[in-house]
Design a protein around this ligand. Structure first.
Ligand code: GDP
Ligand code: MG
Length: 219
């Protein structure tokens, strides 16, 4: 099966070359797709390195960029990753194998144990989100916000979510689970980010609970 590694980028020129090189080393045959909304040279660097770059301007936020990044993937398997060097690229083959082994979605969780690179408040918030997801949806997860996952492309083609607004990764995990697709989880290491985070704590928390609550209607 053909693999696409999809990333979205907002001013990641300090990280993009390293992340792309790391991906190439691990999965040389994969398509690398980037949805870019940067003001810096991220897109130029990615294009020079042979990535497929889709430009999204004006920037529409994480959700619309991520939606585009998974829907436009050319592969049968789509692996998502932040372009900030926080996720272990060397684990991509593990995720791909699990899709090969008939799972439709593999969630890579950073919270199987407490990650040193994550602020304590974020850690507690993430635990509460995961616990709420278990309670409302019966999904055995420790993290609903991971940016590192593998999705079967045919599943994405069959599913809709509201891409506008923060916390889209919640819907991208919970809706497939509720629709009866085979979802599994593996633990990963989480590293310190290159560059600054775009996370807006308050809005993200609000939208996480909103998405978790609204997904009860999905069956
Ligand atoms: N295209 C695009 N990418 C974005 C946008 N907002 C964030 N990103 C990218 O999405 C990924 C996740 O954002 P990040 O700042 O790392 O969030 P954090 O991991 O929660 O700290 C990074 O690769 C960002 O560059 C956006 O509005 N448009
Ligand atoms: Mg990040």
């Amino acid at each position: 099966m053909k693999v696409t590694v999809s990333m979205i980028t907002l001013n990641e020129e300090g990280a993009v070359a390293k992340v792309v090189a790391d991906i190439r080393r691990v999965v040389p045959d994969a398509e690398i797709l980037i949805v870019d909304s940067s003001r810096d040279r991220t897109a130029e660097v990615a294009e020079e390195l042979g990535c497929r770059v889709i430009k999204q301007f004006p920037p529409k936020g994480y959700g619309p960029a991520m939606d585009r990044a998974v829907r436009e993937a050319g592969g049968d398997i789509v692996v998502t990753l932040d372009c900030d060097d926080t996720y272990p690229v060397e684990d991509i083959p593990k995720l791909v194998h699990l899709i090969d082994a008939d799972f439709d979605l593999v969630n890579a969780t950073r919270l199987a144990k407490r990650p040193k690179a994550m602020p304590f408040a974020n850690y507690i918030a993430n635990r509460v989100f995961a616990w709420t997801a278990r309670l409302l949806h019966g999904i055995k997860t420790t993290e609903v916000h991971s940016g590192m996952r593998a999705y079967r492309k045919s599943m994405i083609d069959a599913i809709e979510w509201n891409a506008n607004g923060p916390a889209l990764p919640v819907d991208m995990l919970i809706i497939p689970h509720r629709r009866g697709y085979r979802v599994t989880e593996i633990p990963i290491e989480y590293r310190e980010r290159i560059g600054a985070s775009t996370l807006q704590r308050f809005r993200s928390t609000l939208w996480t609970f909103k998405r978790l609550w609204n997904a009860r209607a999905v069956r």
